[in-house]
Write a protein that binds this ligand. Structure first.
Ligand SMILES: [Zn+2]
Length: 137
């Protein structure tokens, strides 16, 4: 049982790891926003292989959302409604992940890797919210 738990932990760590290049891009973007005093809630990077995208939390218009992502978000609740303390369809992960899916339409949601989310105002490292964990699991 102990060994099994260890493996699960190891797998989750590996799955969540983004490339150092993406982590750097995310940090640079967070710094750029702080310098311009653009205090959005969060920035994050998404990637699949060499396709990378860094974005911030903002309302992603449903007409710009790929249907695969839209359907998964709708399974959590109404778009743009509050759930688990966050608004569905507004996270940085949703924006950056959608960009990857537009470029790679055949990808599954769980194939997208994310960098550590950062809050630009404080440069603090954050955790992916529960809604995003459910969306990109
Ligand atoms: Zn989220």
């Amino acid at each position: 049982m102990y060994v099994f738990d260890l493996q699960v932990t190891k797998y989750q760590v590996i799955k969540q790891m983004a490339s150092e290049a993406l982590e750097r891009k995310t940090r640079n973007y967070a710094l750029k926003l702080k310098r311009s005093k653009n205090y959005v809630a969060m920035v994050v990077g998404a990637e699949f292989s060499r396709t990378k995208s860094v974005d911030k939390s903002k309302l992603l218009c449903s007409t710009d959302m790929v249907s695969k992502l839209k359907n998964r978000l709708k399974s959590l609740g109404n778009l743009y409604s509050k759930k688990n303390g966050n608004t569905i369809g507004c996270c940085a992960e949703v924006n950056a992940g959608n960009d990857i899916l537009k470029k790679k339409p055949n990808l599954n949601l769980n194939q997208i890797r994310f960098s550590t989310p950062i809050r630009p105002r404080t440069q603090q490292k954050m955790k992916m919210c529960y809604n995003c964990k459910q969306t990109f699991r």
